[in-house]
Design a protein around this ligand. Structure first.
Ligand SMILES: Cc1cc2nc3c(=O)[nH]c(=O)nc-3n(C[C@H](O)[C@H](O)[C@H](O)COP(=O)(O)OP(=O)(O)OC[C@H]3O[C@@H](n4cnc5c(N)ncnc54)[C@H](O)[C@@H]3O)c2cc1C
Length: 370
């Protein structure tokens, strides 16, 4: 196994970071306070090829691998981790169709998803079915979808929902086109602590008539759910790596320039040790996340474990060290719109979205066979 990036991946990483600096950094605050349309921004990402990184070339994508996608998420999340969450939901749907879609579903949806003409959204959780998502009450009886989903990222900008629903004999996943249909209602964007640029909505289906090609992964729902959730976890891990990188660069820069007691605060050992811990744990979170991205395709039997480790560790490191970054900046660190204040808020949400830290531990315990 080679856990290091190839030369071409290193080059891709630089390209993505340059893109993020030029196109995400200048609008990160407007995306966060919704004065810039997320839908328009995401469509532009699609036009530039960033929504089809792992879509095969025959369907209009870049035909890249999962590590390429993770590198892109890490880069944009240094400036706006909410975009990381937006991408987790979109690419969860892309990978679901990539791996489990029929030829009809692939040729109908993948080109649209890759070009950003259609954004994907995962509609799994319900009020009573959070960590225990298999308790969903949404049904698909008689060819009609009925039920209420909650916390659907991309809900108000989605063109395609992947919906987990109950049948008479178990659960299944349906692909649901959101195109102007009165039987689908999308609630207001939720106001939340962090990752604010990602829109999150309740979505209800009232006797929505399902198309004949809407069923996906027939007989393989468990495997499909595992894939979708683990893909989303690793993307959340990559977003967390972006957040801790932002915390590190801003706090190190501040420490180098701020003077107290006649010297730079970077000369105080208390500050140095915070920065040393931050850089070591950021690197560990990054390696774990790249490893998880690699195992998806190259060692699938370890993907469940690696995805849980990436999500658990990277989001914890992001929360702990964004708090330390705020501390290093002192009063400046808590100013609204400062990158450290944002990292602090975003990182807490990253410990909940795409499965809580406790849910990751449950996966790891299961993998240990305990
Ligand atoms: C920003 C954001 C984006 C999201 N995006 C989506 C999305 O796109 N699509 C979607 O379907 N859902 C989405 N979700 C929902 C998300 O998956 C759930 O919030 C998450 O799974 C936890 O469910 P819950 O909030 O209902 O908490 P609960 O399940 O009620 O858990 C409450 C607490 O109990 C703990 N807990 C629960 N069970 C156990 C256990 N067995 N052992 C130990 N502790 C346990 C949890 O870890 C948590 O700390 C999103 C959530 C957020 C916050």
């Amino acid at each position: 196994m080679n856990t290091f990036l190839s030369e071409s991946q290193e080059a891709l990483k630089d390209t993505y970071l340059a893109f993020a600096k030029e196109h995400v950094l200048p609008v990160a605050n407007q995306l966060e306070d919704h004065t810039l349309s997320l839908k328009d921004f995401v469509q532009k990402l699609g036009q530039q090829g960033y929504l089809g990184i792992v879509v095969p070339k025959e369907y209009g994508g870049a035909g890249g691998n999962f590590i390429d996608l993770v590198l892109f998420v890490e880069a944009v999340s240094q400036f706006d981790a909410g975009l990381g969450l937006t991408l987790a939901s979109h690419y969860g749907v892309v990978e679901l169709i990539n791996k489990f879609g029929s030829d009809v579903q692939k040729s109908r949806y993948l080109p649209l998803l890759a070009r950003g003409e259609c954004v994907g959204a995962l509609a799994i959780n319900e009020q009573q079915a959070g960590t225990d998502f298999m308790a969903v009450a949404t049904t698909t009886t008689g060819g009609a979808l009925r039920g209420e989903k909650t916390w659907v990222v991309n809900g108000s900008i989605a063109g395609l929902f992947a919906v987990l629903a109950r049948t008479e004999s178990g659960v299944e996943i349906r692909l649901v086109d959101s195109a102007a249909d009165k039987s689908i209602k999308v609630g207001a964007d939720k106001s939340k602590l962090g990752l604010r640029s990602a829109v999150t909505n309740d979505v209800s289906f009232d006797k929505h008539q399902l198309g004949k090609d809407s069923l996906i992964a027939e007989g393989k729902t468990d495997a499909a759910l595992q894939l979708v959730m683990n893909v989303a976890k690793v993307i959340a891990g990559a977003a967390s790596v972006g957040v801790v990188e932002s915390a590190l660069s801003h706090s190190a820069e501040h420490a180098r320039t701020r003077e107290q007691f006649g010297q730079k605060i970077s000369q105080f050992q208390g500050i140095q040790w915070k920065l040393a811990d931050m850089s070591a744990e950021a690197a560990a979170a990054r390696l774990l996340t790249y490893r998880a991205a690699w195992s998806k395709d190259d060692k699938p039997e370890e993907f469940v474990r690696d995805a849980a480790m990436s999500k658990l560790f990277a989001s914890k490191v992001a929360r702990l060290h964004s708090a330390e970054a705020v501390q290093i900046l002192g009063a400046l660190g808590i100013l609204s719109d400062s990158p450290t204040e944002r990292a602090y808020r975003d990182s807490k949400v990253l410990e909940i979205a795409e499965g809580t830290s406790e849910a990751q531990k449950l996966s790891l315990v299961k993998e240990l066979g305990i």
